[in-house]
Design a protein around this ligand. Structure first.
Ligand code: HXC
Ligand code: NAP
Length: 293
C-alpha cells in the first residue's frame, strides 16, 4: 500500500530557491523536519540552539541529503547578545536572511503550585523572550536594510485556549501569538509578514519525554482525544511551514493555522461528549426529545 498523501512533500521543486532561512531549535524534532524540507526545496539554512554537537550532526545529515548549505550556530535565544551574534554570523556567511522560524521552546508538565519562580523563568525566557529577541534583532536589521522577510512562529493550540499543567508555556505561547498578530500589522509596511502554526500532537523526543512520559503514555491514549484518530506526521507540518515561509503565501499575514486533527475543538464543543451515544440509544433519545413539544 502506498504512503498516505499527507506524508509526502507538497510544494513544487525549487519553491525556496535562493532563500536563506533561520530555524531556532533546528537541530531536533519539528525544527529539524522543517529544515529538511526547506532545504529539499532549495533553501540554505541557519540552525541555532544551545547544543552545538546536536546542530552539527543535523547540519551534516541534511547537507549530505540535500546538498544545500546548512550553518549550525550555537545560540541561547534567551540572551539578546547571543542573538545579535547569531545575526552577524548569519550575515557573514550568507549576506542576507529571508526567513525566521521561531521554533525553539522549553516545556514540562507540572502542577503550577509546584513550580519555583526559576522554573517559570526558564520556560518564559526560552519561549517568549527567545522569540521576541530573535524577532527584534532580525526585524531591526531587515527594516534598516529594506529587506523583505517572512516570520513563522510555532505556537500551540493552548496559546488560544490556555491549558492547565503547562502554564509557563501557555502564557508564553499566548504572548507569541499576540506578537504575531501585532507585528503582522505594524511591520507589513516594511514587507515583513508574520504567521503562526499551532500544532497538535506531533511526536518528538523533546516533547514526549517532558509532556507524555512513558507511564503517562500507558495510562492515556492520546489518539482518543483527536477526532481524526491519529497524531500528526512531520511532513504535513513541514508542508504548511514551507508554504507560510515562502512567497506563495504573500497574502497570508497575521494568521495562525491550527494543525491538530480537530483536537482542541473536540475539547471545546459543549455537546461533543454525545459522541459516546450509540445509534440504538439515539432512537430512545430522539423519542424523548420529540415528546418535549
Ligand atoms: C517542576 C522543574 C521541573 C519539573 C525543572 N524544574 N523540571 N520544576 N517540575 N518537572 C525546575 C528546576 O527545579 C529549576 O528550578 C528550574 O525548573 C530550572 O531547572 P534547570 O535544571 O535549570 O532546567 P532543566 O530541568 O535542566 O531544563 C528545563 C528545560 C529543559 C530548559 C525546559 O527541559 C530543556 O532544555 N528543554 C528544551 C526542549 C523542550 O522542552 N522541548 C519540549 C517542547 S514541547 P529551581 O528552583 O529548583 O532552581 C512544547 C509544546 C508541546 O513546547 C505541546 C504538545 C502537544
Ligand atoms: P524539541 O525537539 O525539544 O525542540 C525544541 C528545540 O528548542 C530544541 O532543538 C532545543 O535545542 C531548542 N532550545 C531550547 N531552549 C533553547 C534556547 N534557550 N535557545 C535556543 N534553542 C533552544 O521539541 P519539538 O516537539 O520539536 O518542538 C518544536 C516546537 O514545536 C516548539 O516550539 C514546541 O512548542 C512546538 N510544538 C510541538 C508540539 C509537538 O507535539 N511536538 C506541539 C505543539 C507545539 P537545544 O537543547 O540544543 O537548545
Amino acid at each position: 500500500m502506498s504512503e498516505p498523501i499527507y506524508t509526502q512533500p507538497m510544494l513544487k521543486e525549487g519553491s525556496l530557491n535562493g532563500k536563506v532561512i533561520l530555524i531556532t531549535g533546528g537541530g531536533t524534532g519539528l525544527g529539524k523536519s522543517m529544515g529538511k524540507y526547506f532545504s529539499e526545496l532549495g533553501a540554505d539554512l541557519i540552525i541555532a540552539s544551545r547544543k552545538l554537537d546536536v546542530l552539527e550532526k543535523t547540519a551534516e545529515e541534511l547537507t549530505s541529503l540535500t546538498k544545500r548549505t546548512i550553518l549550525p550556530v550555537q545560540c541561547d535565544v534567551s540572551k539578546y547578545e547571543q542573538v545579535e551574534e547569531l545575526l552577524s554570523t548569519s550575515l557573514k556567511k550568507f549576506r542576507k536572511v529571508d526567513g525566521l522560524v521561531n521554533n525553539a521552546a522549553g516545556n514540562f508538565i507540572s502542577p503550577t503550585e509546584r513550580l519555583s519562580n526559576r522554573a517559570f523563568d526558564i520556560i518564559v525566557n526560552i519561549v517568549l523572550k527567545g522569540t521576541y529577541n530573535c524577532t527584534l534583532a532580525f526585524g531591526k536589521h531587515w527594516i534598516k536594510n529594506k529587506q523583505k522577510a517572512s516570520v513563522l512562529n510555532i505556537v500551540t493550540t493552548y496559546a488560544t485556549t490556555g491549558s492547565a499543567f503547562v502554564v509557563p508555556s501557555a502564557i508564553s505561547k499566548a504572548g507569541v501569538l499576540v506578537m504575531t498578530r501585532s507585528l503582522a500589522v505594524e511591520w507589513a509596511k516594511y514587507g515583513i509578514r508574520f504567521n503562526a502554526i499551532a500544532p497538535g500532537a506531533f511526536p518528538t523526543k523533546g516533547a514526549w519525554d517532558r509532556l507524555f512520559p512513558k507511564d503517562l503514555q500507558k495510562k492515556l491514549d492520546l489518539t482518543k482525544k483527536i477526532p481524526v484518530g491519529r497524531v500528526g506526521d512531520h511532513q504535513e507540518l513541514a508542508n504548511l511551514a514551507a508554504y507560510l515561509i515562502s512567497d506563495y503565501s504573500a497574502f497570508v499575514n497575521g494568521e495562525v493555522i491550527t494543525l491538530d486533527g480537530g483536537e482542541w475543538i473536540k475539547g471545546a464543543g459543549q455537546f461533543n461528549m454525545l459522541e459516546q451515544i450509540t445509534e440504538s440509544n439515539w432512537d430512545e433519545i430522539e423519542a424523548m426529545v420529540r415528546q418535549a413539544k
